[in-house]
Design a protein around this ligand. Sequence first.
Ligand SMILES: [Zn+2]
Length: 318
Amino acid sequence: MANLSSSPPSTYRGRLAPSPTGYLHVGHARTFWTAYQRALAAAGSLVMRMEDLDPDRSRAEYAEAALEDLHWLGIRWQEGPDLGGPFAPYEQSNRHSIYLDAGRKLLEGGFLFPCRCSRKDLEAALSAPHEYLSPSENHLQSSGEPSNGDMDPLDDEPVYPGTCRTAVVTMPPNSAASEFVEPGNFNWRFRVPDGEAIEFDDLNLGPQRFVAGVDFGDFVVWRRDGVPSYQLACVADDAAMKITEVVRGEDLLKSTARQILLYRALGLDPPGWFHCRLVADRNGRRLAKRHDALSLRTLRQRGVMPQQVIGAEVLTER
Ligand SMILES: [Zn+2]
């Protein structure tokens, strides 16, 4: 445990960002435990932020379960939906105005364009395989929204073919807010700087490099249903909550490159990045919330101890 008594106040601020779209599993536990340990080692603060942006997929019971299961593991945080704090509210569903401000800045800065492509348009243009999406999740592809917030996103969405990119946006600043607020028939996409290499030093995995327009394309920041994208909400929140280090799964490395572009466009300093190796099941498949047998809830009910979960004795790490 960190000794807080004789150290000067730490400026380290980390965060836990579960999405309440299912029960947390062993993979989440390992990543959150790492985040907790990093905050402890720095004698810093840890923020709990509930990423319940998607009204169709988020459930209050899963949000409650996430707090309970992480407490059971022994993880503690200093700010959150259950504790309050200086940057409340800590549920993304209650932070719409913050995302609206960020989105408006991007729009006024000329970084966005409206995309009217339907999912079918994109599929036709890309002729890409979509086997990673079940039919019920197909709507997520057109929005670029990860399926599970910080933990199980669709980081590898196909590169946007640029169909709507030529559209020149001359949006009067005052109209921006209503454009975002009212669900429309288009997504707002961020125009990435084609060919530019986005580089960062990951504190766990070392130097990273992704080329805009090649490794990832123009991504959605505001969905046609009026909901901000994961990328935008994450950046707006981490900046507003003064997060100094983001600990999350390595499946988000490309999203980090996207988010670095958002930080730059918004004139904000990005935090440090620490991406964790993912936990796989015995067949080498990455854990997802559909792996009910490995949910913290199920393991608890079977009498598995927290330290076994953190050590992931039931699994093999890839
Ligand atoms: Zn389009």
